[in-house]
Design a protein around this ligand. Sequence first.
Ligand code: NAD
Length: 469
Amino acid sequence: MTTTTTLLEEISVPEGIGRPIPDAATREVIAYAPVHTTEDLDRAIADARAAQPGWAALGHAERSRILHAIADEIEANAEELAVLLSREQGKPLNGPNARFEVGACALWTRSAADTPLEPEVVFEAGESRAEVHYEPLGVVGAIGPWNWPMMISVWQIAPSLRMGNTVVVKPSEYTPLSVLALAAVFNRHLPEGVLTVVSGDREVGASIAAHPGLDKIMFTGSTETGRRIVEASAHNLARLTLELGGNDPGIILPGTDIAAIAENLFWGIFLNTGQTCAALKRLYVHDSQYEQVVETLANLAAAMPSGNGLDEANVLGPLQNEKQFDVVRRLVDDARARGARIVTGGAAAPEHGPLFYQTTVVADIDDGAPLVDEEQFGPVIPVIRYSEVDDAVRRANASSQGLGASVWSSDVDAATEVARRVQAGTVWINQHGAINPNVPFGGIKASGYGQEFGVAGLKAVAAPQVIQR
Ligand code: NAD
């Protein structure tokens, strides 16, 4: 545990000048995070701009070498980072949670280093030839959420650095310590000014969005904030990648082997205690298997251990903050008041801590209920009955959101045929939310625009330049 103290000591500030950051499970103060101002932001952006030409001049091979050194460093400090992440964010160490997230940070950093991006010859005829080269944009502003704070920061930072940009990061005010610790690990290998964290509140976020010194904003967060960033970018014409909210549907086709999909289905819904952008948030099940699915999910939900994340037995944790806890409670109470059936859960679980909520399965509910139509972002799933597959597809597509979706069937071809008709950036088959650093990820409709990961992700933080003769 001594190493945890070391990183925390490095990034935290004294009580009198910092923002208290609670342990998500116990609500006791972990440490005090710096509260940076817009003046700090201006300074960080000026430093990033000054550092950028030198960073770009290192070239791809050297930047990739440094990114690998950073990935090694993340792995060498993995347990310390995971413990801090678990305490601040709430996700348990065990299961697809804190250790998994830190592992993903190293993996995505290596992927950004290794993905080739050669100039493309797009036209050739006789003496004429046109090539597209990918140049750095300049300074990237990265604004992140509180649900996967380290991993999502890496998604924004690593490709930007690889392409020769410098980066100023604004973490969520709920999870600054995780991002500060991660950046401290990065900065053991980066020149001064290349990566700076500005740990400020929402006003600092708004100042980043409109800042004339930035060339690109990578934003992951709610659709509402995404809209504000689009408005603000009218001032700086910053390029935008917007990874926004989701209300992902899942459709189980008739005749599916429910036992075979049960575990993937559970984690597709409850990954990170449901606080995942591309988690399954409304489940459409055919009449013929409705009760079987409801019962299977309820049994898994009741059996899956929830509690303090540092206890290795637990795989589900608390809601990260009070605001999100209130959203979940409101939506479940509303569903109950409308006559929906709370099959399991449906109440707070204060025996584990103030912001724990029971893992909840809600049946006999329909589109139009807020629990179905809104993003719950917590450990609750509404299960909705359908009779015709076409009708299920229509209802899945009726949302303004379009991040992810899934189709479940023992017949993969039939599932693929249905998947092609569902409106979402990714449609998974017999899984939900699985991501891969080489596979582009991004939403459509009000879930945002632009893609991350792989070649598409590198291009998103680069300026295309055409050389034509
Ligand atoms: P949020 O929009 O409240 O906050 C996100 C970040 O934006 C924070 O750092 C915040 O300080 C900052 N911010 C606030 N106001 C701002 C402004 N006016 N200008 C610029 N920045 C501002 O979102 P959240 O509650 O932290 O995250 C949860 C949401 O994020 C959910 O809707 C979830 O679906 C979404 N999300 C999406 C993805 C994805 O990849 N699509 C991933 C994770 C989370």
